[in-house]
Design a protein around this ligand. Structure first.
Ligand SMILES: Cc1ncc(COP(=O)(O)O)c(C=O)c1O
Length: 370
């Protein structure tokens, strides 16, 4: 396989910068034999809660589980509807169905996130909850979503899998609903070297319920089984490594924003290219992804051109969830979602990119449109 001058992934670079502290953390956990729900999990949960500004953080096995367990905790009745978008990772919708809910999918806006008007229009007497997905590191319009949810008595569970560190109106994502579900998958804002996730909440009772649900349903203080739970514990080894990486998260966010500002400046105004919605006073994205869209139905040609220039790109949502026949969701009509899926790609953006690599990516894009 050809090596890209600007690859999409960056784990080797991140590991080599942190090699000693990561290996020391692994050594400590293994030599002490502390592998399940031990001190490192608690410390990482505490550090993550502080980073997000939430009262509690509960470590779980994946981002999917963070949503699934949050939905289990609100105890959906059969037929209860949960509104979300189709322009998301399959995990969001799968969590709804597997927790016993019925997904209602609404379209996104040009910023690739939930359209609050369409959310409001989709509410029915059976609606229980809404999952706004802060895709690509960009916040949803949370003040409107929260107001609509409150007016209709709906529970809000934020899907923050891609947006740790982002804010809306000065508020950190993951603190606004009953729960925020984070993925700690390797290529998220902060990632384990395997699967991991986190749920944040300000509700003491909800946190206690989640701690039981992730561990077969047991209340560890009393030994009572309080629900039929899952096995979804954040591994102590992952937590020990994540603890070493967490202090770097603020600077990673800054580096991503810095690269994004170069992209905005150098790629603006090209005919045939749409850039992401830029930050403003209210929306402070963290740029997990930098989304480019072509307007001439030539995304694949553009992508090949970038590959020839040594720039790797990613397209993970090219077939929207509601278009897969086996899922039974084809009755949803979501033109914006489909348009975005056909026209977008992710340009590399990550904290390990050098200025030179940013420049290569910029030149590669410009040379296609110039
Ligand atoms: C928006 C969104 N939600 C949920 C998930 C699920 O996270 P995980 O892969 O950790 O299960 C992801 C991750 O891919 C995601 O991008």
């Amino acid at each position: 396989m050809a090596r890209y001058r600007v690859p999409f992934t960056y784990i080797p670079a991140q590991f080599s910068r942190n090699r000693e502290r990561i290996l020391a953390a692994v050594e400590k956990v293994l030599s002490e034999g502390q592998v399940i729900l031990r001190q490192e999990v608690q410390e990482f949960e505490q550090g993550f809660a502080e980073f997000v500004g939430a009262r509690h953080a509960v470590g779980v096995g994946s981002g999917y589980d963070s949503l699934y367990l949050s939905l289990r905790a609100i105890e959906l009745d059969p037929g209860d509807e949960v509104i979300t978008v189709s322009h998301t990772c399959m995990a969001t919708v799968g969590a709804i169905v597997n927790a016993g809910g019925k997904p209602i999918l609404v379209d996104v806006r040009d910023d690739c996130n939930m359209d609050p008007d369409l959310f409001e229009a989709a509410i029915s007497p059976r609606t229980r909850a809404v999952i706004p997905v802060h895709l690509d590191g960009a916040p949803c319009e949370m003040d409107r979503i929260l107001a609509i949810a409150e007016a209709h008595g709906l529970t809000v569970i934020e899907d923050v899998a891609q947006a740790a560190g982002a804010t809306f109106d000065g508020r950190r994502l993951g603190t606004m609903g009953i729960a925020g579900g984070f993925s700690l998958y390797p290529f998220k804002m902060i990632g384990a070297y395997g699967d991991a996730g986190m749920i944040t909440t300000n509700d003491d009772g909800f946190a206690a319920k989640l701690r039981a649900l992730r561990n077969y349903g047991v209340d560890r203080e009393t030994g009572d089984y309080v629900a039929y739970g899952a096995n979804s514990r954040l591994d102590n080894l992952h937590a020990a490594i994540l603890l070493q990486l967490l202090p770097q998260l603020p600077q990673w966010v800054e580096r991503r924003r810095e690269i994004a500002s170069v992209y905005f400046e150098r790629l603006g105004g090209l005919d045939g290219l749409i850039l992401p919605t830029p930050p403003d006073d209210r929306y402070k994205p963290v740029f997990l992804n930098y989304i480019l869209r072509t307007t001439n139905n030539d995304r694949d040609a553009f992508r090949s051109h970038l590959a020839e220039q040594g720039v790797e790109t990613l397209i993970s949502l090219s077939r929207p969830i509601h278009t897969h026949p086996a899922l039974g969701l084809q009755h949803f009509s979501l033109p914006k979602t489909e348009e975005i899926a056909r026209s977008y790609l992710c340009l590399p953006i990550n904290p390990e990119m050098t200025d030179e690599q940013v420049e290569i990516a910029v030149s590669a894009v410009r040379s296609y449109f110039d």
